[in-house]
Design a protein around this ligand. Structure first.
Ligand code: ZN
Length: 97
């Protein structure tokens, strides 16, 4: 990582790789939970990629989260339902070994 020459912090868009000033980027949490900030680092998307994502969900996870009403349920209920749904659709989660 190069030391930055100025005080503007930049982030790299995870979709297109463009560096953007942090305050122009959108935070993207691959776990779909932008409300729990503790101990997490966010990835970032530039504005155009972010709006692309909103208009064109690119994978099943997005649809799954919508099905489960992510953000509208209480967290524990959501997580429990999420895990059981993922297991139903994709099979039991395996322990990493
Ligand atoms: Zn981008």
């Amino acid at each position: 990582m190069w030391p930055s020459r100025n005080r503007t912090e930049t982030v790299t868009c995870l979709a297109c790789g463009t560096d953007r000033p942090r305050d122009e980027a959108r935070e993207y949490d691959k776990y779909g939970d932008r409300w729990d900030r503790e101990g997490k680092t966010f990835e970032h998307l530039c504005k155009s990629c972010h709006s692309d994502l909103c208009h064109h969900p690119r994978d099943e996870l997005e649809a799954l989260l919508v099905d489960l009403e992510a953000g509208r349920r209480n967290r524990d209920a959501f997580l429990a339902r999420y895990l059981s749904t993922v297991e139903e659709r994709y099979g039991p989660l395996e322990e990493e070994s």
